[in-house]
Design a protein around this ligand. Structure first.
Ligand code: FAD
Length: 387
């Protein structure tokens, strides 16, 4: 596996073990069928509890069954899962960083006890409802709202592009609280069997096909007061979750890119044209040289980001640069790898075109490439260019 600047040497035993466990899991349980799942637009749901058993959901959290592993270990886990498929890493990211993290950070003791151990084991599935049909890059303009209703709230609105909503047991719905003076955004834990909620599946996807995506319709859904996340109000709530998930994406994208590189390298050695392996041609070597370099740079950024996170010094802007750069790298390198595989490269028998298609989603969700560009633009000039 590509590790040109010997980053592996700095890993401790636990980090190696977690990486190896995830790599073996992907080799044994994901790689054999993932092409079929991608073609059929299905997610290998039977792996959800298995992933829980192996500790793949939010192992970087502390308590409630989570072992509090290092941020590097968590990153390596995301990297190996995404080397399998971005759909798999999305499952772990949503469950861990977007649902378990906010419950852990902002939830009541009862909410933590009810959801964290069950979600950690993969027995309960969560989803994160922020994006709306009319508000994607600017979620602070959300229209979904909550109104006081007896002992709780009633929710109205709709969310879309929600990973796992059709199979989720609970959704974290971000909505404006109309009973608050400032209309602040609050997080509501909404069980999906409540009256008035619908979670239709989105079926027309050409990217991230091995992942279930849906809508959340909220038509007067009553939730009790104790379903509100008590510890946060305002956009800080959802944005802080996104920082956690984007951290995982910055690592995960490296895994997808590395898988493309390894597939292309092997193909270049195995495939003969004009009387010998195509890997002997300088044009192909140049592609591998560039791919190997870009992936190594992305690995370095991910490892440094982990150090900053571990020290409590990681800022959202660091994450923006890393997500932006590493996903762009994966998107570009997947295309080059696909090219090196010739006609075979356009099939699901090989991974690069699947990763390439997936990267269109990864480039877009969790803050589009453009939005992260503007975050960095603001960081470097002090001037905001969003509006
Ligand atoms: P828009 O915001 O409409 O953007 C369209 C284009 O305009 C983009 O290229 C964008 O970069 C550009 N643009 C927008 N504003 C600016 C600006 N100020 N300056 C320059 N350019 C700009 N959301 C969730 O809440 N939960 C999930 O689990 C989830 N899962 C997803 C799964 C998939 C498969 C997909 C595709 C999306 C998912 N999303 C999820 C939604 C995702 O986060 C949004 O698609 C994303 O934030 C972009 O929003 P949008 O699609 O509305 O695009």
């Amino acid at each position: 596996m590509l590790d040109f600047v010997q980053l592996e040497e700095d890993l401790d035993q636990e980090e190696r073990m977690i990486r190896d466990t995830a790599r073996e899991f992907v080799d044994e349980h994901v790689k054999p069928d993932i092409g079929d799942h991608f073609e059929n637009g299905t997610f290998p749901k039977e792996l959800i509890p298995k992933m829980g058993e192996l500790g793949f959901y939010a192992p970087n959290l502390e308590g409630y069954g989570s072992p509090n592993v290092s941020e590097t270990a968590y990153g390596l886990l995301m990297q190996e899962l995404e080397a399998g498929d971005s759909g798999l890493r999305s499952m772990a990211s949503v469950q861990g960083a977007l649902v378990m993290y906010p419950i852990h950070a902002y939830g009541s003791e009862e909410q933590k006890e009810e959801w964290l151990p069950a979600m950690g084991r993969g027995e309960a599935i969560g989803c994160f409802g922020l994006t709306e049909p009319e508000h994607g890059s600017n979620p602070s303009a959300m229209e979904t709202y909550a109104e006081r209703d007896g002992d709780g709230y009633v929710l109205h609105g709709s969310k879309t592009w929600i990973t796992n909503s059709p199979i989720a047991d609970v959704a974290i719905v971000w909505a404006r609280d109309r009973s608050a003076e400032d209309d602040s955004v609050r997080g509501f834990l909404v069980e999906t069997d409540r009256d008035g909620i619908t979670t239709n599946k989105i079926t027309e996807k050409l990217s991230l096909r091995a992942s279930i995506t849906g809508e959340i319709g909220l038509n007067g859904v009553h939730v009790p007061e104790e379903n509100v996340l008590p510890g946060v109000s305002g956009m800080k709530g959802p944005l802080s979750c996104l920082t956690q998930a984007r951290y995982g994406i910055a690592w995960g994208a490296v895994g997808a890119a590395r898988d493309c590189f390894e597939e292309a390298r092997q193909y270049a050695i195995d495939r003969d044209q004009f009387g010998g392996p195509i890997g002997r041609f300088q044009l192909q070597q140049r592609k591998l040289a560039e791919m190997g370099t870009q992936i190594t740079l992305a690995q370095l950024l991910a490892h440094r980001l982990a150090e900053l996170k571990e020290r409590g010094e990681m800022r959202p802007q660091h994450v923006s640069m890393s997500k932006r750069n590493n996903v762009r790298t994966a998107r570009n390198q997947a295309r080059i790898a696909r090219e090196m595989l010739g006609g075979n490269g356009i099939t699901t028998d090989y991974s690069p075109m699947r990763h390439m298609a997936n990267m269109e989603t990864v480039y877009t969700y969790e803050g589009t490439h453009d939005i992260h560009t503007l975050v960095l633009g603001e960081e470097f000039t002090g001037l905001q260019a969003y509006q």
